[in-house]
Design a protein around this ligand. Structure first.
Ligand SMILES: CC(C)(COP(=O)(O)OP(=O)(O)OC[C@H]1O[C@@H](n2cnc3c(N)ncnc32)[C@H](O)[C@@H]1OP(=O)(O)O)[C@@H](O)C(=O)NCCC(=O)NCCS
Length: 163
């Protein structure tokens, strides 16, 4: 995947989005992707972090028809209808094709059905424009996390939880 043919044929709406169980093979694929996209380019290694703390977090992937992982994201429930999103990653070569939007909208809809109305995340400044296009607003001052400038961003959404 990731070659010129894949880039021409990938259609974000044809990818399938689902939750991934902590510790599963699919979870291991998400770790690989997060390491490739979010850690190795900065001289860091995801596997030197305490991944056991991710046991209580919700992991999601966007897969192609061959079940290859194209993008992933984590949601951390924070009680009272709140969730923090973490480690949004789109596979190299698939950026700018609508994959990130498709995954985030799918996650927001799933969380809305669970009653989550307040979303927050720490965005890399370089990605803040992406989140703004999806309705997130900047909150507070920029700060450094893992050596990179970040900004907190928030979005309010309607609950779709059935009474
Ligand atoms: C940032 C990232 C998640 C965006 O996903 P993507 O699939 O490339 O984005 P999409 O193609 O869905 O883009 C949706 C819209 O956001 C815009 N956009 C995408 N990345 C952007 C960026 N870094 N800055 C500003 N706008 C951006 C697109 O141009 C598109 O705009 P349009 O609606 O006018 O067409 C992805 O590129 C990525 O994983 N980057 C590397 C890791 C990273 O920075 N992760 C975020 C950590 S906070």
């Amino acid at each position: 995947m990731g070659d010129a043919a894949s880039l021409k044929t990938v259609r974000a709406n044809d990818l399938h989005f689902h939750e991934v169980a902590f510790g599963s093979d699919e979870y291991k694929q998400t770790c690989e992707l997060r390491n490739e996209v979010l850690r190795l380019p900065f001289g860091l290694n995801l596997y030197s972090e305490d991944l056991q703390q991710e046991k209580d977090q919700s992991h999601f992937g966007l897969f192609d028809h061959g079940n290859s992982l194209i993008a992933c994201v984590i949601a951390v429930p924070q009680g009272s209808g709140q969730a923090k999103l973490r480690q949004m990653s789109v596979k190299a070569g698939y950026e700018g094709l609508g994959v990130g939007r498709r995954m985030l909208l799918s996650l927001e809809a799933l969380l809305a059905r669970q009653g989550v109305t307040q979303l927050s995340l720490h965005a890399r400044i370089s990605a803040a424009g992406f989140y703004e296009k999806l309705g997130y607003v900047r909150s507070g001052e920029p700060f450094i996390e893992i050596g990179i400038p970040h900004i907190r961003m928030e979005k309010q959404q309607q609950s779709l939880k059935k009474p």
